[in-house]
Design a protein around this ligand. Sequence first.
Ligand SMILES: NC(=O)c1ccc[n+]([C@@H]2O[C@H](COP(=O)([O-])OP(=O)(O)OC[C@H]3O[C@@H](n4cnc5c(N)ncnc54)[C@H](OP(=O)(O)O)[C@@H]3O)[C@@H](O)[C@H]2O)c1
Length: 162
Amino acid sequence: MIAIVAADSNWGIGLKNELLVRIPSDQKFFRETTIGKVVVMGRKTLESFPGKKPLADRINIVLTKNKDYAPEGVVVVHSIEELDEKLKNYNKDDVYLIGGASIYKQLIDKCDTALVTKIDKAYEADTYFPDLDSDENWELVGESEEQTYFDLIYYFRKYVKR
Ligand SMILES: NC(=O)c1ccc[n+]([C@@H]2O[C@H](COP(=O)([O-])OP(=O)(O)OC[C@H]3O[C@@H](n4cnc5c(N)ncnc54)[C@H](OP(=O)(O)O)[C@@H]3O)[C@@H](O)[C@H]2O)c1
């Protein structure tokens, strides 16, 4: 399983159930990377999407404890165990963990790769991705050239589990 995330300089990822910032080329990267694949997310992340609609052209698996939750176009699972069972149907390299914070926290140990868009700015945030730079289990193996969007500087980074 591969985690994909956009994180700020403090590993912040969201505020009030929204993204900290939208960077078009990062959104393009996210779309191109996950298209045709399986995306795993928490219920709050699904509800943060426009119209609370699942992502097109991807298998959307959503975690919730609510047994009555059944939005259209979504595969619902109610526990990590149920998710593990469901993921047996797919190649692990085709499964992307797309958030939010609670899902990253619970499932980062099951990932072998993390694709991190690292934004060189500290936003006000209330949700965070685990700090892979201070986790000895993770190694930064690749970083893009400096990218810019107006006054923002960011990098596409790849981390792998040691
Ligand atoms: N920067 C990025 O790349 C990025 C990516 C994704 C999300 N985000 C941001 O992250 C924030 C949302 O993160 P979040 O942590 O608040 O919410 P979340 O992880 O998206 O969703 C949390 C919900 O998932 C369900 N859940 C979690 N663990 C579960 C388990 N073990 N079994 C069953 N259900 C489980 C629960 O749903 P129920 O309450 O229905 O039971 C829980 O309330 C937003 O601000 C969003 O914009 C940022």
